[in-house]
Structures are given as C-alpha cells and as structure tokens.
Design a protein around this ligand. Structure first.
Ligand SMILES: [Ca+2]
Ligand SMILES: [Ca+2]
Ligand SMILES: [Ca+2]
Length: 101
C-alpha cells in the first residue's frame, strides 16, 4: 500500500449513483448482473456497496437486483437518492462507499 495510491478507494463518502453497482457511470443491465454475481456467486466486491443497495434498505439482497431491473427496464423508478448524478447517501445505514464490507 503506497502512500497516495488508491486515493478515495476506501472513502465512505465517495459520491455514487444508486443502482450503478459496478460504478462505471452508466446504469444498465450489467449493474444488476454485477450485484447478483457478488451476492450469490462470490463475484467481484462492489466498489461502493451502497450503490448496489438499490432500494436503500441497508442490506444487499435479491430485491436490490430486482429494483435495478425494474428501474432500468420497466421505468418503475426512480430509485432512492442519489440518482441521476453521483451524490451522497442521504440515509444512515450499515452500508457505505467503503470498499470493506
Ligand atoms: Ca454501471
Ligand atoms: Ca437493499
Ligand atoms: Ca443508505
């Protein structure tokens, strides 16, 4: 761990967009897939677990992937803030943008 490297990677207040599970700046089908892979297949740890918490209930589970899919394909959104552009989580829970779960 070199000093100055990875700046912001473990910042719990990193701005994020809810539902952008893989944090690539785009919300599409790859996000619920990313979330599901992490939750059920031991996939890559999300860079921002809070972004994966699509329904903002403080837990990562199947309902979050469902919420992402409904928002993306059925227009059932919007998801809880922050949406549209990266921001902070307005609600207190156990999730954050810290990469350590
Ligand atoms: Ca994405
Ligand atoms: Ca959730
Ligand atoms: Ca939250």
């Amino acid at each position: 761990m070199g000093l100055g490297l990875g700046l912001g990677l473990s910042d719990p207040y990193l701005p994020f967009e809810r539902g952008d599970a893989n944090m690539d700046g785009v919300r599409d089908v790859s996000d619920p897939i990313f979330g599901l892979a992490y939750m059920f297949q031991g996939g890559v740890e999300p860079p921002c677990p809070d972004a994966v918490d699509a329904n903002d209930d403080g837990e990562l589970d199947l309902s979050d992937a469902v919420a992402m899919l409904q928002d993306t394909f059925l227009g059932n959104g919007p998801l809880p803030e922050p949406t549209g552009e990266p921001g902070q989580d307005p609600t207190e829970d156990d999730l954050s943008c810290d990469s350590d779960l």
